[in-house]
Design a protein around this ligand. Structure first.
Ligand code: CTP
Ligand code: ZN
Length: 158
């Protein structure tokens, strides 16, 4: 169609496309993945672009990147509806939605300063997901303190 008007960002050859990110959260996704730009990673970023009939979304494309389990968990907390597309040879080889795991290990810092996970010899944090009337809660395995999803977003280990 020679449709230059609709081209926003090129397809990528190899890497991952994180799509359907909550609008305005793309920079937070990059932050939790520890991608600063100084690392030389090739990254494309779209923020607040139209998605479907109504609404908007962010998209992040990271070339030559593979996502580890704890990185997927971090993305799920920042943007629970994000989709991950794994690309190789310009084709989508896998597409899936992130999932907030039932047990979140090594990803969240406990908000209780006296928790053993914040001590001099820290223990890997472990939180259990619970649902409550005011949304998701995360309970620390060590001190029993619960944190809301909003608190957790600010306490993702960067
Ligand atoms: N994409 C890319 N490079 C590729 C293939 C796909 O950057 N080689 C990007 C597309 O630009 C799009 C995302 O990956 O942002 C998902 O592609 P696709 O499944 O083709 O789009 P949709 O059908 O719109 O996705 P969905 O059904 O998940 O909304
Ligand atoms: Zn704790």
């Amino acid at each position: 169609m020679g449709d230059e008007k609709v081209l926003r960002i090129n397809k990528i050859g190899d890497g991952i496309v994180i799509d359907h990110i909550e609008p305005g959260s793309a920079l937070e996704v990059l932050e939790v993945l520890k991608i600063s730009g100084k690392d030389g990673m090739t990254v494309s970023l779209l923020m607040n672009v139209p998605s479907g009939k109504v609404g908007t979304k962010d998209i992040v494309k990271i070339e030559k990147k593979k996502l580890a389990k704890n990185e997927l968990d971090k993305i799920s907390l920042v943007s629970p509806k994000a989709t991950i597309n794994v690309i190789s040879d310009y084709e989508i080889k896998q597409k899936f939605t992130v999932d907030i795991p039932e047990t979140v290990v090594g990803v969240i810092k406990c908000s209780n300063q006296n928790c053993v996970t914040n001590s001099k010899e820290p223990v890997t944090t472990t939180f259990t997901r619970e649902s409550s009337q005011d949304g998701l809660k995360f309970r620390c395995h060590y001190c029993d303190r619960t944190m809301s999803l909003n608190e957790v977003k600010k306490s993702i280990i960067r």
